[in-house]
Design a protein around this ligand. Structure first.
Ligand code: FAD
Length: 461
């Protein structure tokens, strides 16, 4: 046992259980100071729903360390070394960050720490980016072979509980820009209906989903009108629960649904792996032809974008999803695909515009999953649906919301329309109900226009 504490710099690992970096920090019975830095650079790109959720996670983490968590606002490159020196930390521990900004930031912090080692243990993924590689080297650009290799590679079991760690009270540390975690709650007042953050919430959600819905996940996950998915994405994003915890549990609950759920967790690893190997792909299409396509701009394009963002396109399934985003900071996966296709192929706007809007409003907004989800919809990569496969917004609605309940939940103007007729309000005997917009574009015509632009794309791109 040594007197100098270790510093655990929490980032996207806001939990105590199954936390390899926390256990590494506390090894040998060492006391641990838990630190979180509210980094203005990351907050600037987050949007209020996600910031609120983060605050809620920090409050939960603070409570589970009996108020000992130290939260500081500032640049981690100065805050982390300053705190480490002040408490005489022997080591600084982190869960590795593989995203472009996080990786650069960690290298800068490592340099600023000088002779205090920065030790990375574990990551936010079941299998860390860079671990699954082709036999001859290089990474997988297509999901199915990645998934096969990911399964063969395997992943560790959960690291064990962290509730016996002896935390140093953060209150004793002299630091500028300390944040009172309790005061962060005020941000929520203007927020939509957001889920409460934290490890206990994540575990409870998982247990309920596992016991009540996992077995039927394979079919129910395609129904935005039903609560058929786990809604754990924001908790996974902030590490309130680790995917390995879920994977270990899944093993004990075999079903077709469990097999599918495991594949979905692998998509999350796959997209992180793609960005790790190709950071440029975070904001640029893997297929440059997609970025080189002709896109709309000007006042009409701006109006179309506003209509899409506010859920007023006149296509009920699209509008329900976009209003769900504004109300809950979340959209069902099927509906994400539908609204993304609509923005790109019906409104002829670049996927990056939609990805930015999502990142501002999603509670689970996560660079690789979001931006590669958008690339998938745009047909921009070898793992994607081809560009010429255009989603039909009415067919999508009828298929995934057959009774129209999803639309009626989020589009009050259409609540008086029964059944699946809600997907085609322009066919109602009395016309489109008051207050609901006419369609801003004709899907059939815009589909042909999208295909025309695809055929005429610059072939050299
Ligand atoms: C255009 C678009 C944007 C997206 N943006 C994000 C995002 O910012 N953050 C995000 O976490 N997911 C994103 N996704 C993936 C997916 O829509 C969400 O992960 C899922 O809807 C979250 O709900 P859930 O937790 O109930 O999912 P579940 O169906 O319960 O799935 C369990 C977990 O598996 C992972 N997962 C499931 N599907 C995917 C997928 N297609 N890609 C990557 N991981 C997946 C998530 O971590 C999810 O929480 C996006 C998909 C598209 C098409």
């Amino acid at each position: 046992m040594t007197d100098s504490p270790a510093l655990l710099w929490f980032r996207r690992d806001l939990r105590l259980d199954d936390h390899p970096a926390l256990l590494a920090a506390a090894s040998g019975g060492r006391r641990v100071l838990g630190l979180f830095v509210l980094d203005p650079v990351l907050l600037a790109g987050s949007g209020e729903p996600r910031i609120h959720f983060l605050h809620s996670c920090l409050q939960a983490l603070s409570a589970s360390t009996e108020g000992r968590l130290l939260v500081v606002r500032g640049d981690p490159r100065t805050v982390v070394p300053a705190v480490a020196r002040q408490v005489g930390a022997a080591e600084v521990h982190i869960s590795a960050d593989f995203m472009p900004y996080g990786h650069r930031r960690d290298e800068a912090v490592r340099a600023a720490l000088g002779d205090i080692p920065l030790i990375a243990t574990g990551s936010p993924y079941a299998v860390a980016p860079g671990r699954v590689s082709k036999g001859a080297g290089g990474n997988y650009a297509v999901y199915t072979p990645f998934f096969r290799a990911w399964s063969e590679h395997g992943y560790r079991g959960p690291a064990g509980p962290g509730n016996t760690v002896d935390f140093v009270p953060g209150g004793g540390v002299e630091v500028a820009d300390r944040v009172d975690v309790g005061e962060l709650a005020g941000v929520s007042e203007q927020d939509p209906e957001l889920p409460p953050g934290g490890e206990a919430q994540a575990r409870q959600r998982w247990a309920t989903f596992r016991d009540e819905r996992l077995a039927d996940y394979k079919t129910e996950r395609d129904r935005p009108d039903r609560a058929g998915t786990s809604r754990l994405s924001a908790y996974l994003k902030y590490g309130c629960i680790h995917p390995r915890t879920l994977l270990a549990d899944i093993k004990e609950h075999p079903s077709e649904g469990a097999v599918t759920y495991r594949q979905e967790l692998a998509w999350r690893d796959f997209y992180a792996d793609l960005v790790w190997h190709n950071p440029r792909s975070a904001w640029h299409s893997i297929d440059p032809a997609v970025d080189a396509l002709q896109y709309d701009s000007g006042p009409v394009a701006d109006e179309h974008l506003t209509a899409w963002q506010t859920g007023r396109t006149g296509y009920p399934y699209i509008d329900a999803a976009m209003r769900q985003l504004l109300a809950e900071g979340w959209i069902h996966n099927r509906a994400r695909m539908g609204v993304a296709s609509f923005l790109i192929k019906d409104l002829h706007l670049p996927w990056q515009v939609g990805a930015k809007h999502f990142m501002r409003h999603l509670v689970d907004g996560d660079l690789p999953s979001n931006n590669h989800g958008w690339q998938w919809a745009a047909g921009a990569g070898p793992h994607a649906a081809p560009f010429y496969r255009v989603f039909q917004p009415v067919t999508q609605g009828v298929r995934h919301d057959p009774d129209g309940d999803y639309v009626r939940r989020y589009v009050p103007e259409l609540r008086g329309v029964a059944g699946k007729a809600v997907h085609t309000p322009w066919e109602l005997p009395d016309g489109v109900p008051d207050g609901y917009p006419e369609r801003i574009v004709d899907h059939a015509a815009e589909r042909l226009e999208a295909l025309r632009r695809w055929e005429q794309r610059p072939k050299s791109a």
